[in-house]
Write a protein that binds this ligand. Structure first.
Ligand code: HEC
Ligand code: HEC
Length: 341
């Protein structure tokens, strides 16, 4: 916290000292870059972050747009309708439900630590977050609108005019500014304050015996894929989960057209997993326990089944005690300070 405050002051001093000439904007409206908290041992930032660094008013505007229901054709659905802050920005539904209760193809992923990711969505079809917001806006099952329609609805709103001006220098509302500010807000959604993080940082918290046993098992049986401090190595793998029958679904193969990627999905982060049920690319598992039972009972065979599962007879064997312990460990990845955002 002290670091953050001194960071703000520092950035502030820098900005105000370079712009002494500029008397046109009053000081309390002055925009400035906000310090970016990079947790220890996190992977490198996505290269796109440096061309759209979060600023005070960019983030404020992005957060307001994130909750804007006029993004949808009939003014009922905002980004936050599916990405609910109190569920780590997921929605508790099997598959996303959008405008007029239309059901989407996939489960809504949580939004967290996105600045550190290289691939977005279950199949990794997006590499830069600025390219993402238009997709839900125009998708028939999500918001069923268009960016021009959105702009025409908010154009005369004086709060928006004011915020666009503070964030970007003038009150023009453009598609690019909408995407940039939404993404600046998303970049600030960093979750690294769970019990696990506190134990790692030696802040006095200790794992219980069950959590410690779970952590050891996790490192042995899960961390080859749920790797790094993000708890995903961001690879795409077919691990033989029950298949989405929708003919639109092919996993990563939708992006690459390669048969080896058929029904392969990006390894999901397990941070805040306790808040993000149901699980799997179309919510096929109601609980963490049901995922572990499935691994233990045996997964679906496939030519491109991940070698780690093939080497184990298409399963990850787990005793009842081991399942309980792993679940105890996964609960240590819950970051209640993130949920209150
Ligand atoms: C109807 C529900 C719904 C709405 C509305 C919605 N999303 Fe999503 N969002 C999803 C689903 C489902 C996915 C996964 C899509 C996929 O993998 O193909 C997703 C994926 C994402 C991702 C990628 C996350 C990751 O882990 O890779 C981001 C970022 C995101 N949405 C932001 C937004 C923003 C910003 C808006 C508003 C402009 C929005 N979403 C509106 C359901 C929704
Ligand atoms: C070979 C790589 C691999 C291993 C090993 C692995 N996982 Fe996963 N895990 C994945 C992939 C890929 C998915 C997404 C698959 C899908 O939806 O089709 C996934 C999904 C999950 C999900 C659902 C998450 C969500 O948000 O939907 C949970 C929970 C999970 N794994 C826990 C574990 C645990 C616990 C272990 C160890 C016992 C483990 N995994 C071992 C690759 C792996």
């Amino acid at each position: 916290m002290i670091k953050t405050i001194s960071g703000i002051l520092f950035t502030w001093l820098l900005l105000s000292s370079c712009s002494k000439e500029d008397n046109s904007v009053s000081n309390n409206n002055k925009n400035f870059e906000i310090p970016f908290f990079i947790p220890a041992d996190f992977p490198a930032l996505n290269h796109a972050v440096k061309s759209n660094k979060p600023t005070k008013y960019g983030v404020e505007l992005g957060e307001k747009l994130f909750h804007e229901k006029r993004f949808s054709g009939n003014n009922t659905i905002s980004c936050a309708s599916c990405h609910n802050p109190s569920l780590a920005f997921s929605d508790g539904k099997m598959q996303a439900i959008g405008i007029d209760d239309r059901v989407g193809l996939r489960n809504t992923p949580p939004l967290q630590n996105l600045a550190f990711m290289k691939f977005y969505n279950w199949d990794g079809n997006i590499l830069e977050l600025e390219k993402q917001p238009l997709v839900p806006i125009i998708t028939h099952e999500e918001m069923n609108s268009s960016i021009l329609e959105v702009i025409s609805k908010i154009r005369d709103d004086s709060d928006y005019k004011d915020l666009f001006k503070k964030a970007f220098g003038d009150s023009d509302i453009t598609p690019d500014r909408i995407y940039k500010s939404l993404v600046q807000y998303e970049y600030t959604l960093v979750s690294a304050n769970s019990k696990y993080d506190k134990v790692k940082r030696n802040e006095g918290d200790k794992f219980t015996d069950a959590e410690e046993r779970g952590y050891m098992l996790f490192k042995q049986k899960c961390a080859s894929c749920h790797a790094t401090e993000l708890f995903t190595d961001q690879s795409f793998r077919n691990i033989g989960f029950p298949l989405n029958k929708n003919i639109e679904e092919a996993g990563r193969a939708r992006v690459t057209g390669v048969s080896g990627d058929y029904m392969a999905f990006r390894v999901p982060s397990l941070r805040n997993a306790a808040y993000t049920a149901p699980y799997g690319s179309f919510g096929q598992f109601p609980t963490l326990r049901s995922v572990l039972d499935y691994f233990d009972n045996g997964v679906l065979a496939a030519d491109n089944l991940d070698p780690i599962l093939q080497a184990n007879g298409n399963r990850i064997p787990l005793s009842e005690q081991e399942k309980e312990d792993i679940i105890s460990f996964i609960h240590t990845l819950s970051d209640s300070t993130f949920i209150r955002k």
